[in-house]
Design a protein around this ligand. Structure first.
Ligand code: MD6
Ligand code: FE
Length: 217
């Protein structure tokens, strides 16, 4: 009798999953706000288009990138760095929408990092086959601030290891609306994204958008 009352409920999902000390997966964190976030995306990408950056080693990345915020992350033959202007246009990067910043600050707080003040947001677009090799995010001067990542669109397999490159990373499926926050002892953990499987997402079609928020100044 009482069981009927609960028949329509979704199976319970742990809201938070610890990946490592200092690293938290926030399942469904932006499931309800994803559409609001995406409402800003086309405008930002019209001002600062997605582009395939070249690594210092001369490889063209399969992920297409852009930025918003006071600082943007770029790569070329000279290295990785943050810039105040989009090298394509010479213009400042578009401002970070308040809705994006607030979501990132809330994700950081939920993961135990109060006072996160992101000034850079990388916008990454993965198409089927796009991948990101294992790397550390270490171009930020102050690694006491965490990294906040928000996944939208097609699901991806996120690889998350430790600060030691030799440690084999674990694999986590990230879906539309999932957040990942890593800081503290996990701040310099190696991480990456396995080649994106093909699919169709109701809001984004055949792509995955990942936003990573950083304190880069
Ligand atoms: C992700 N992205 O797409 C994780 N890092 O889930 C990253 O770790 C990342 O996309 C540095 C630069 C671009 C990225
Ligand atoms: Fe990264």
């Amino acid at each position: 009798m009482t069981a009927d009352l609960f028949e329509d409920e979704q199976p319970p999902e742990p809201a938070q999953q610890a990946l490592a000390p200092g690293a938290v997966l926030l399942r469904g964190f932006a499931r309800d706000t994803g559409a609001i976030v995406l409402a800003q995306l086309d405008r930002l990408l019209a001002a600062a288009p997605l582009r395939h950056l070249v690594t210092p080693g001369g490889h063209t990345m399969s992920v297409a990138m852009s930025n918003c915020g006071a600082l943007g992350w770029v790569s070329d033959r000279r290295g990785y760095r943050y810039t105040q202007r989009d090298p394509l246009s010479g213009q400042p990067w578009p401002a970070m929408p308040a809705t994006w910043r607030e979501l990132a600050v809330r994700a950081a707080a939920e993961a135990g990092f109060a006072g996160f003040a992101p000034d850079a947001c990388l916008i990454n677009q993965y198409l089927p086959g796009s991948k990101l090799s294992l790397h550390q995010d270490r171009d930020e001067p102050d690694v006491s601030a965490p990294i906040v990542s928000l996944s939208l669109g097609l699901p991806a397999v996120f690889l998350f290891g430790t600060p030691q490159r030799a440690d084999r990373p674990k694999r986590y499926r990230l879906q539309h609306g999932d957040g990942v926050v890593w800081g503290g002892p996990a701040r310099l953990a190696y991480h990456g994204v396995a080649p994106l499987a093909d699919g169709e997402h109701p809001l984004l079609g055949r792509r995955r958008i990942n936003l990573t928020f950083r304190q880069a100044g």
